[in-house]
Design a protein around this ligand. Structure first.
Ligand code: FAD
Ligand code: NAD
Length: 472
């Protein structure tokens, strides 16, 4: 059977791929009155990624940082169709997207093709592995809700297996060695949460094992957190040293085996490091659907390995009526939630502006003589070829990261650089006060009141009862 669309033949079909930061910001601001909007994503919720590391040890519950997409789409003035599935093919010539339901339960129809007038690719990015052998088979990633759930389960499994009677000393040491690869903010924040769990909870419930748990963070570069200021890098490394989280800078993972990793040290020597749990956080690479689109368009317009190349208005180069934003795109902006959500809002403003112009044109009496199809194609061509669109610009509002033991770091721009083109040095803060700033900043940024309440309750529950150590 054909797909059920919120169809009005006089309005362009706007297909949005993804339910992350970029897609959700776009949807929130988009005036859905003038478009047939279809949102396609394999997960039917928005995930507040900045608090995801807290879900790996039970500081927060996953559902507290999820917002079902239908809570968003149902508030739009005109119906938005949400389809849970993976976009598996984009045909930029026929202007269609094929969607496959990859979930466990399959109905009689599990593949569907949608035609688009505008396609927004907000599919985010995959985990970079650099082709290193054994990563997919043996490591856990930390990008999606299911990754955090898997880490939490495996962590408790390592601890209970280490507690199994008769385990040898060497095996206990291996099982209790928690290794994190990648000293970017994901790796650092996860190591910080793990430290807190060890100190606050494992020490109480597994006193005989807690002192044997080791956390090692492995980073190929000379220091962790290269995007933060030198003062905050030093502060983080010093805090980790105090918290007995070992940082191994200038160490490159070469291979991941089932029970050990092979690393190349700064002096080029090779070392084998046994581990129980390995979390892999070495950054982004394009998702298969994005790579496929890049290949279809061809290297004359798409020549970046990082992602989809776009112009300054987020139009995909070499394609017609396709837009890419957030981690899916290759721009001069960093792949952060801050940038992705601003790009989503920017794109919504472009679509809304075009819709307003179209409404004005339609009101003109000559337009009444046009057919639905003619009116629809006029609306589409306008945005594709317009040269008066203001380019996307972004002012960095600063970076925050949690580093453990109730301490956080913040690199903030100076007010002068926020409001003028003047480049003055920003401010760097670290410590307990910054931790409370970090918490309040994320609490106020959470999508809905419901999530703010759930996160606050989780924090309160943990401070009273501690984290849950049950293995799901
Ligand atoms: P995403 O938010 O990843 O969304 C991509 C969407 O596309 C998802 O809904 C996904 O299900 C969907 N999708 C995937 N494949 C398909 C497909 N084939 N078809 C259709 N849909 C598909 N940034 C900050 O600024 N501050 C932070 O504190 C911060 N903390 C972070 C912590 C962690 C642990 C992580 C992993 C990232 C963090 N980031 C942070 C980075 C931030 O999360 C990303 O930059 C942001 O999510 C990018 O938004 P996006 O919409 O491009 O992609
Ligand atoms: P990243 O790219 O920031 O860091 C990955 C790190 O892994 C790099 O420092 C790299 O040198 C290292 N690495 C790569 N290969 C390695 C190897 N083989 N062995 C050892 N180390 C290796 O990745 P991320 O931390 O996942 O962050 C991704 C994006 O999300 C970034 O833009 C980041 O700013 C953003 N983010 C922001 C926050 C925050 O603001 N608090 C939190 C998480 C993520």
């Amino acid at each position: 059977p054909p797909a059920q669309l919120p169809q009005d033949p006089s309005k362009p079909n706007l297909v949005v791929l993804g339910s992350g930061w970029a897609a959700t910001a776009l949807l929130t601001d988009l005036d859905t009155e003038r478009y047939n909007v279809i949102v396609i994503s394999p997960r039917n919720y928005f995930l507040f990624t900045p608090l995801l590391p807290s879900c790996t040890v039970g500081t927060l519950e996953l559902r507290s940082i999820m917002q079902p997409m239908r809570y968003i789409t149902r508030f739009k003035s005109r119906e938005v169709l949400f389809v849970e599935g993976d976009a598996t093919d984009i045909d930029p010539v026929k202007k269609t997207v094929t969607v496959t339901d990859n979930s466990e339960i399959k109905g009689e129809v599990s593949t569907q093709t949608f035609s688009y007038d505008h396609l927004v690719v907000a599919t985010g990015a995959d985990n970079a592995t650099f082709g290193i052998k054994g990563v997919y088979e043996n490591a856990c990633f930390l990008k999606e809700a299911w990754d955090a759930r898997k880490i939490r389960t495996k962590l408790m499994d390592c601890i209970e297996t280490a507690a199994f009677p008769g385990q040898t000393d060497a095996e206990i040491d291996r099982l209790l060695h928690m290794v994190v690869v990648g000293g970017g903010p994901t790796g650092v924040e996860y190591a910080a949460e793990l430290h807190d769990f060890l100190k606050d909870d494992l020490a109480a419930w597994y006193p005989e094992l807690a002192s044997r748990v080791r956390i090692t963070l492995i980073e190929a570069l000379p220091h962790v957190l290269p995007m933060f200021s030198k003062t905050l890098i030093d502060y983080t490394e010093q805090t980790f040293a105090e918290n007995k989280v070992a940082i191994r800078n200038r160490t490159m993972v070469k291979e991941v085996r089932q029970k050990e990793i092979v690393v190349q040290c700064a002096d080029k020597s090779i070392e084998h490091i046994p581990y129980g749990l390995l979390v892999w956080a070495t950054g982004n690479m394009p998702r298969p659907i994005n790579r496929q689109l890049i290949a279809k368009i061809g290297p004359s317009a798409q020549n970046q390995r990082r992602g989809i190349v776009v112009d300054e208005c987020l139009r995909v180069k070499g394609a017609e009526n396709i837009w890419a934003l957030g981690d899916a795109s290759a721009t001069s902006f960093p792949p952060t939630a801050q940038v992705a959500s601003r790009q989503g809002r920017y794109l919504a403003s472009l679509f809304n502006r075009a819709a307003e112009a179209q409404a004005a044109a339609d009101a003109h009496h000559e337009a009444q003589l046009l057919s639905d199809t003619e009116r629809r194609s006029r609306a589409v061509v306008d945005l594709q070829t317009a040269t008066d669109i203001p380019p996307f610009t972004h002012t960095n509002l600063g970076s925050l990261a949690y580093i453990g033991a109730d301490r956080a770091i913040a690199d903030l721009p100076s007010p002068a650089s926020l409001f003028t083109s003047e480049k003055t040095p920003g401010w760097s803060f670290g410590g307990v006060a910054t931790f409370w700033f970090w918490r309040s900043a994320y609490l106020s940024n959470l999508f809905a009141l419901r999530n703010r309440v759930l996160v606050s309750v989780d924090w309160m529950r943990n401070s009273i009862f501690g984290r849950d150590i049950g293995r799901e």
